[in-house]
Design a protein around this ligand. Sequence first.
Ligand code: APR
Length: 251
Amino acid sequence: MIEPIEHAADILSKAKSAVALTGAGISVESGIPPFRGKGGLWEKIDPMKVAHIDAFLDDPETVWKLLIKDMKTVLDTARPNPGHIGLVDLERLGILKTVITQNVDGLHQMAGNSDVIEFHGNFAWQSCLDCNQSIKTSQVDLTQMPPRCSCGGILRPDCVFFGEMIPHDALIRSQRVSAACDAMLVIGTSALVQPAATMPLIAKDNGAVIIEINPEPTPLTSRISDLPLLGGAGSIMPRLLKAIRRRGPST
Ligand code: APR
């Protein structure tokens, strides 16, 4: 009986257009808490009260204080972990083409992946609700709550709040690359939020092998994932890359 990680290495070493779908779990080992499960943010605060666009527009100060300020503190110091690095190695081996991420932490780009689709936007930039000017989050003055633009308008992060549409280009490209890939690595997502959680179904429908990396089972594990690798991304990815390198470059 072949070890699942060896089987996954067999599949990936022959893959030509693998795609990764990542969620908050891949950044847990970078010190960023997930939303659900152990230590999840939504175990402490109701997302509909702080992460819904109506809640933000109704009381931006509270959302900035309860959610965004802490996010900025954590994201300012977060760095890629071996899970992110493993995806960069897969790209450099010519195996991985695109990362579709639900995360807004920018760690895939910081690690070095060159094609990252930010399905839920990103936290690196803020926009003014009045004049729509963009300002880097690192330059936002947090001494006033909510932070304001030079025009006096309130700033909002360029992340997708609940109640908002997924950026059109991100959605269309994600569907396209998911339909075209020959393998999909689904890493660190509870697969509960749509339409991101549909990407593995599109990939599977088009013949891709689904490899899932997560310490816990998800709704995908028993029905969609061909190769569930139970464990943390930070430990599984280096082992997976080692097994792939043992197989040498594919012909
Ligand atoms: N390695 C891999 N997976 C992990 C690790 C780890 N070290 N630690 C936890 N996980 C898994 C958890 O078991 C869980 O299945 O990561 C998953 C995190 O799930 P969520 O917190 O729900 O994150 P995500 O799936 O990205 O959430 C989707 O919901 O709130 C919205 O916009 C937010 O993008 C987010 C979306």
